[in-house]
Ligand binder design. Structure first.
Ligand code: BES
Ligand code: MN
Ligand code: MN
Length: 462
């Protein structure tokens, strides 16, 4: 595996050019206008897996976007690693806040990435990170050092809820059989503080619609005498948290796993500066649930947030109108052992119950998924830990993340194997935001670290 550094030196320009080409494809799964581009991205991934040395690669059709599946079997007696990633990306909006166009990648230095970062939608989430696996695999095949069988399963609907993958996995249990699932679609604490993600939050995402009068009204003629659904929606949403920022939905916390004082003390050992955090976000002060630290609030505690809210007149200038309808999109991040369907039900019931009789309320669930926690004594975790130790010179810190990859809990249920989350992004990489980027150093460090995972995983599996 030592030869990876040589291989990187000789090929890093090509590795960057290839990633750049992939990032030019606007594979936005949420927007049907880009469906051809999403399919093109699948083709590009297929081609890259073939070139890297898979024995076979297929584009597997599903009711939605296809799954790209590739494999290389070197010896059925050796352990098998299943690599998961996603080739779809988030919409780049708002476009005017990008310093360079989202699908015309450029490399520029940043404070956190003095050696340069590649700016493009999907650079970190997840094209850059999934491509590290393709290149690490290419190296192991080229130098004949691949110590495990490999399966790649790359989907195109992660950013919209992975519905087609949830359909695909139970239908192909045998084909997908593996000893460990490896994913790079999360982050780490800092470039000099490696960490391994040991948990993901679950999610319940709903849309609400509040209807007052049967048409928009003159806000002078009717204002004050008829319920304004925007005013009402604002009140209803505000009431979902109490003064301690606890969520007020009855039963919401019933199944929330409480961490022991020891576990919380362990968490608090991870390096963290509240001051740097506030400064990076230009906020004067943190905000959140009473009794918990910032790192607890964004990982081991459940949340409720409005993601978007609209209604009435939002065009130029003023129009006096009392709107007929108001809408909001609301996400709840969940923790073990909350059940997302149950929480969606609790929300729906409560939200309807707090509406005054002068409006009607509809709650439409979008998608959701269970949280995930991975043990730190598994063969996979120990292999990952040794890999980071080898390439970073430091033992990585286990850390639960606030983000969600809902399909991971389904993998555990259907494929009965643990997932190891080796993410190389930073929180400041602006995933889902304008100017998303991925450090060139991080990209190459990922390619360097992954082959060590394979080596240690094979050794520790014996
Ligand atoms: N890669 C992210 C999730 C993530 C990022 C987890 C950083 C941990 C650290 C993934 O692509 C994502 O954005 N997931 C969505 C959920 C999905 C159902 C739309 C999310 O977390 O909002
Ligand atoms: Mn992702
Ligand atoms: Mn994402």
């Amino acid at each position: 595996m030592e030869s990876i550094n040589n291989y990187l030196r000789q090929n890093k320009d090509r590795f960057l050019t290839e990633l750049t080409e992939l990032l030019k494809i606007p594979s936005i799964s949420a927007d049907p206008a880009y469906s051809q581009d999403v399919l093109d991205a699948a083709e590009a991934i297929k081609h890259s897996l073939e070139k890297a040395g898979c024995d076979s690669v297929e584009i597997c059709e599903t009711p939605g976007y296809p799954i790209v599946y590739g494999e290389k079997t070197i010896d059925p007696k050796l352990p098998t690693v299943l690599v998961y990633g996603h080739y779809d990306v988030q919409p780049p909006d708002p476009l005017d806040l990008w310093h360079s166009p989202p699908f015309e990648p450029v490399v520029k230095p940043t404070e956190k990435h003095p050696d340069g970062a590649i700016f493009a939608r999907g650079a970190c989430d997840d094209k850059g990170q999934l491509y590290m696996h393709v290149k690490a695999f290419e190296y192991m095949v080229a130098e004949a050092t691949l110590p495990c069988n490999v399966k790649f399963m790359i989907e195109g609907e992660e950013e919209v809820g992975s519905e087609s993958l949830a359909w695909f996995v139970p239908r192909h249990r045998e084909k997908l059989a593996n000893d460990v699932i490896l994913i790079s679609d999360t982050g780490m604490i800092a470039n000099d503080i490696p960490s391994i993600t040991t948990g993901l939050r679950g999610l319940s995402y709903v849309e609400v619609e509040v209807t007052g009068p049967n048409r928009d009204l003159h806000s002078g003629l009717y204002g004050g005498a008829v319920a304004n659904p925007v005013n009402i929606l604002a009140r209803m949403i505000a009431s979902l948290h109490d003064e301690n920022k606890h969520i007020t939905i009855p039963g919401f916390y019933d199944k929330v796993e409480e961490l022991t004082a020891t576990e919380r003390a362990k968490m608090a050992e991870a390096p963290f500066s509240q001051e740097a955090y506030n400064k990076a976000l230009d906020i004067a002060s943190e905000y959140g649930e009473e009794g918990y630290t910032t790192n607890e609030r964004n990982s081991i505690r459940p949340t409720l947030d409005v993601n978007g809210i609209w209604g009435g007149y939002i065009g130029e200038g003023a129009k006096t109108v009392l709107p007929s309808k108001a809408f909001a999109k609301i996400s709840m991040r969940l923790v073990p052992d909350q059940d997302w369907k149950e929480v969606t039900e609790l929300f729906s019931k409560h939200f309807k119950s707090i509406a005054p009789p002068s409006v009607s309320v509809e709650v439409r669930p979008h998608h959701g998924g269970q949280g995930y926690v991975t043990p730190i004594d598994s063969v996979g975790y120990r292999a990952a830990s040794k890999a980071y130790e080898t390439t970073f010179g430091k033992v990585p810190i286990p850390q639960r993340s606030g983000g969600s990859i809902p399909i991971v809990s389904l993998f555990e249920k259907e494929l009965e194997s643990k997932t190891i989350l080796m993410g190389f992004g930073l929180d400041s990489d602006a995933i889902h935001s304008p100017n998303e980027h991925f450090g060139v150093w991080n990209y190459l460090k990922g390619i360097e670290t992954i082959p060590w995972f394979y080596k240690y995983f094979a050794e520790l599996s014996q």
